[in-house]
Design a protein around this ligand. Sequence first.
Ligand SMILES: Cc1ncc(COP(=O)(O)O)c(C=O)c1O
Length: 369
Amino acid sequence: MIYLDYAATTPIDSIVSDVWVRTEEEQFANANSRHILGQKAWAFLQMQLSQMAELLHVQKENLILCSSATEANNTVLKGLALKYPQKKHIITSMIEHASLIGAASSLEAQGYEVDFVDTKEDGLFDLEHLKSLLRTDTLVVSLIAVNSETGILQPLEAIAALCHESNILFHSDVTQAMGKVPINLKELDFASCSAHKIYGPKGIGLLYRNDDLSFIPLLHGGNSLSPYRSSTPQSALIAAFVKALELSMTHQKERFEKVSQLKTYLLDQLRSNPRVHINSNEHSLPHFVNISILKTRPEKGIDYFSSCDICLSSKSACCGQDEYSASVYAITKDMERAQSSYRISISHLTLESELDALVEAIERMPYED
Ligand SMILES: Cc1ncc(COP(=O)(O)O)c(C=O)c1O
């Protein structure tokens, strides 16, 4: 089986799963318990948090561990809405992950106004448009760091500076950027990410909050690792997340170079196929190759690739099955391309022979009426 869907999720690194299992066995006590094993688990977790903070160049008080990036995205928007009830305006974009759009839409249904920042032809957010949307009652600007279909990396520092000039909070979903490129979290007010995109386990995410910024928690309960999220700390998942982060940071440069070479290898072959249009552009991270294969529809196309033992996606795994791709439409303004797009997401684990098999499968792909 050829796996080319690393943006949907990554296989867990065996070093990470070893840490996970060992911690589950050795640190099973509830870190909120008062007894000696609870205290040991608490001390262990404090060490883990310190290590995570060091890796991310932030303070450990800035880290709110939760179940997923979906939870982090929902928490920041809804938690800020509870904290600042007089601010009824949210700015985001059409190329966010479904969890962010979903959270914004649920607030819209409660009477919030939601504005969407345009993207320019190159796929980057139109900062002039963003500037024109900022208002005194804007609760938060939430814009994605790397789009999960096209892989386009946005200029986070410039966006943060623009928001801060107007004293407006800036949140970014950095799930697809974390581990792949350096991110300066300190420039942001809030950020969300998830362990399973960086060869860590599913079921653990992070909401970063900059110093002194707060919101009303969505999960109330006993005191835990952070006052912003109650629950028994997931010690083993946290330790595994820290190990996954450490590995992705340590190997970031060499993995990036390897993936860049693989992308060049793939694009050189795809360019000779007249049915293929390449949607990702010079701003896309090398891990993403978004293409349209004309006269095909992804609903059937994904099944066709599966029959060739190749796993890839059309859109983000969390989007509906038969819509067009809003992210591809945003950069191509071409509905045919947006309706026939596929996301090939590659990794340092990808082999050239796997890409050869994909190219061959695309060449043999049947036309649809
Ligand atoms: C950009 C982005 N945000 C959020 C998520 C959701 O992450 P999780 O699966 O941890 O909820 C994903 C995963 O597909 C993503 O790509």
